[in-house]
Design a protein around this ligand. Structure first.
Ligand code: ADP
Ligand code: MG
Length: 246
């Protein structure tokens, strides 16, 4: 790389497409996310948000385009790095904690190293998500919000460079949701993780995003800071999508 090149983004997608059964469900998507930045993929159901996230995770393979992290190719024409080698963390709506493992065992699941080091990292993370003292509990003994925090601690444990979150707050009680959103965001910012957050709720994107990528029919139709997208929608449909925020 020449000295004049700008530093590589933590995560970048360049003209990424994905075709299922002869139909492009992700079309020519280009995105870039910096360390410590939150990008929200926002759009109606079926527009290709989750597929885009699975392409970044390496669970699905794109039909065209390049995905890089810190300049390194994760997927391209000739490369398909396996999910576990990508340095990505995943959090989905249903948490998917292991029901038969304790909270501490869940958080330790993806960690390697000496027992002492693993146990120190688990203790540190449980404190950070306000669950010190819950290490020996089983997931079913915890509330939905607490389980979500265990999922966050588990996903953060191996220090992923990129966190991928697919509608992670939609199963939570309205009353708890705002607090958990803010705490999650603060923790991810502290760790300097780049975040791609999928949501179909404009209000959630406005609250959490540094950048919003508005998707429709597999394409990104507009990218920008929340304020700009809200006040300068690219077209009528974009304006209508934001119109029920109060
Ligand atoms: P979103 O997350 O925005 O709701 P998805 O990415 O889940 O949208 O889906 C986008 C489109 O791709 C949908 O029409 C969906 O039915 C289709 N799709 C998703 N996964 C597959 C698959 N594995 N095989 C075929 N079609 C799929
Ligand atoms: Mg989805």
């Amino acid at each position: 790389m020449s000295p004049a090149s700008p530093p590589a983004a933590r995560l970048s997608l360049e003209n990424v497409s994905c075709r299922f059964d002869g139909r492009d469900v992700v079309r020519d998507v280009s995105l870039s996310v910096g360390a410590g930045e939150v990008l929200c993929l926002l759009g109606p159901s079926g527009c290709g948000k989750s597929t885009t996230l699975r392409l970044i995770a390496g669970i699905e393979r794109q039909s065209a385009g390049i995905i890089r992290a810190d300049g390194e190719v994760l997927s391209g024409d000739e490369v398909h790095m396996p999910p576990e080698a990508r340095g990505v963390g995943l959090i989905f709506q249903d948490f998917a904690l292991f029901p038969h493992l304790s909270v501490a065992q869940n958080v330790a699941f993806g960690l390697h190293g000496t027992k002492t080091n693993v146990s120190a990292r688990v203790t540190e993370l449980l404190e950070r998500v306000d669950l010190a003292g819950y290490g020996d509990s089983l997931p079913h003994m915890l509330s939905g919000g607490e389980q979500q925090r265990v999922a966050l601690a588990r996903a953060l444990a191996p220090r992923p460079r990129i966190m991928l979150m697919d509608e992670p707050f939609s199963g939570l009680d309205n009353r708890l949701r705002d607090g958990i959103r803010d705490d999650t965001l603060a923790l991810l910012k502290e760790e300097g993780t780049a975040v791609v957050l999928v949501t179909h709720e404009p209000e959630e994107a406005m609250r959490m995003a540094d950048q919003i990528a508005l998707m429709r029919d597999g394409k990104v139709v507009q990218t920008g800071a929340p304020y700009n997208i809200y006040h300068t929608p690219v077209d009528r449909d974009a304006a209508a999508f934001f119109s029920d925020i109060n």
